[in-house]
Write a protein that binds this ligand. Structure first.
Ligand SMILES: [Zn+2]
Length: 232
């Protein structure tokens, strides 16, 4: 299943097909992606692969067999699903997305009104070892995370700090109601430190490639009953 990608055991256990991309990972079949704009809009991908709205930083689908994905080059990718992958979502969260609540937005779209149990996995991103920011970034983050921001910071001089974006992603998932045991971090690694495996904007600048992360909706048995053609 999904060679050339990192996977998280929590999602595997729930039979949610997914992968966090490495350098050279090939694009999975049937992938639908929004145009990312560092916002908090959530798109839905339908059975035809149409993404609405086309600009978004989170995307979900319940179309059997359809894969949705996001690109990153240091930002945090989060892949989520309900058991069996009946509904799945991919989220791209940089500091702006984190500050504006893209993770909570993606999670709420995925849960829908049924408020089903969800598991989420956090993927490779620029680690606190390599991500130093200053006041223009710290200000908006502090607004969102309040005093809790401090646990994700290592001070690095006046108005400078190194930030653990993955810890903020975990905070966002937990404060949206995910229990800690439903959040996987097995695929977390620093994109900037590991040039062999990852693209990194902080390391490679404008010429940096992008990592592709995806999650695929499962083929559920009811789909065969719904449609005369059977599951797509
Ligand atoms: Zn690093």
């Amino acid at each position: 299943m999904s060679a050339g990608f990192l996977t998280d055991p929590l999602l595997m256990e729930w039979e949610v097909e997914h992968g966090f991309g490495l350098r050279g990972s090939s694009e999975p079949e049937g992938l639908a992606r929004p145009r990312q704009v560092h916002g908090i809009a959530v798109a839905r991908a339908d059975a035809q692969g149409e993404v609405q709205p086309s600009e978004a930083d989170a995307v979900w689908t319940d179309a059997p067999g359809r894969a949705v994905g996001v690109l990153t080059a240091d930002c945090v990718p989060i892949l989520m699903g309900v058991r069996g992958g009946v509904r799945v979502a991919a989220v791209h969260a940089g500091w702006k997305g984190l500050a504006h609540g893209v993770i909570a937005a993606g999670l709420s779209a995925l849960r829908g009104s049924a408020n089903e149990a969800v598991r989420a996995a956090i993927g490779p991103h620029v680690g606190p070892c390599c991500y130093e920011v200053d006041a223009p970034v710290l200000g908006p983050l502090r607004k969102r995370f309040g005093a809790d921001l401090e646990v994700a910071l290592v001070p690095a001089g006046p108005d400078h700090a190194r930030v653990d974006l993955g810890a903020l992603a975990r905070w966002a998932l937990e404060s949206a109601g995910l229990p800690p045991h439903a959040i996987g971090t097995e695929a977390v690694d620093c994109t900037r430190c590991d040039a062999d495996r990852f693209h990194s904007y902080r390391r490679d600048g404008a010429r940096a490639g992008r990592l592709l992360h995806f999650v695929r909706a499962g083929n559920r048995p009811e789909a065969a009953l719904d449609s005369p053609q059977g599951p797509a």
